[in-house]
Ligand binder design. Structure first.
Ligand code: SAH
Length: 249
């Protein structure tokens, strides 16, 4: 049997948010490749090989997965959330582009998953109800000036902004810098949401404003949503109305 590679996402955390198509792809796999904590979300099976690695070596992990598939294995590469959002799917295609030309004819598929932004939005209401964008604050793979340029453009275009990777031990100051930049361009009362462990039993939500937002509330399991000018509170929910007629231009 010839090999194959499927890139899947486990969703934000709880088992019900892993799609049936992802579960089916995982059950067909002979080899699972991924970051250890994501592999831990998948029940162990004695006949499957697990290749756990740490979080920083995405391209090496992608190359390992492609070599296994080229050797005839049925490989599942496992990300958290959706595999195409700041995750392994792009690393697999980058490895194909720069690697063995034979990898281009492998059977490679991507299964969509529930990304953190969607789970976080659902915890608080419907903050992504109108146009939104997603920005990763990590500057491991791009310059911080690029992040700043995109934040500025997103604020000027009045998008709701979902911030992935808002903080890590190696980068404690970046979210504070991002808020400072946004405060120059957006109203102080703009809703800001810190959603930690969205889509899990431990989900925690902090609702605040851009003026009052404390960057130290974010950690690696937090998604931050910064509202647009129309984003508002009704009861205990936050939403962005579909209709922007009458919104400031
Ligand atoms: N592929 C993943 C994102 C990887 S980037 C996805 O589609 O969700 C990792 C970042 O995602 C984290 O730093 C955090 O900002 C966010 N994240 C992942 N899972 C989360 C969750 N359950 N709750 C809140 N944020 C989460």
């Amino acid at each position: 049997m010839s090999g194959s590679l499927v890139v899947v996402g486990t969703g934000p955390g709880k088992a019900e948010l892993m799609t049936p198509a992802t579960l089916a792809a995982l059950s067909r796999a002979t080899d699972l490749v991924g970051y250890g904590p994501y592999l831990d979300r998948i029940p162990a099976r004695g006949d499957q090989c697990r290749h756990a690695s740490d979080n920083r070596v995405e391209l090496d992990r992608a190359r390992l997965a492609l070599s296994l598939a080229a050797a005839g294995r049925q490989v599942a590469v496992v990300s958290g959330g959706d595999p195409g959002v700041f995750a392994m799917a792009a690393a697999v295609f980058e490895a194909v582009e720069t690697g063995d030309p034979a990898w281009r004819s492998l059977d490679i598929r991507v299964e969509p998953g529930v990304t953190a932004m969607l789970a976080a939005a659902a915890e608080v209401g419907a903050p992504l109800g109108s146009d939104f964008c997603a920005i990763s604050l990590s500057d491991n793979l791009k310059a911080w000036t690029t992040v700043e340029r995109r934040l500025k453009a997103a604020a000027e275009a009045d998008f709701v902004i979902a911030l992935y990777n808002p903080a890590s031990k190696a980068r404690p100051h970046q979210l504070g810098q991002a808020f400072e930049l946004l405060r120059k361009l957006k109203a102080a009362e703009t809703p800001v949401l810190f959603v930690r462990a969205a889509g899990t039993a431990e989900a925690e939500v902090v609702t605040t404003t851009l003026g009052a937002a404390d960057p130290s509330r974010a950690d690696m399991r937090t998604l931050v949503i910064v509202g647009a000018s129309t984003t508002r509170q009704v009861g205990r929910w936050i939403y962005t109305p579909r209709s922007e007629r009458g919104a400031p231009s």
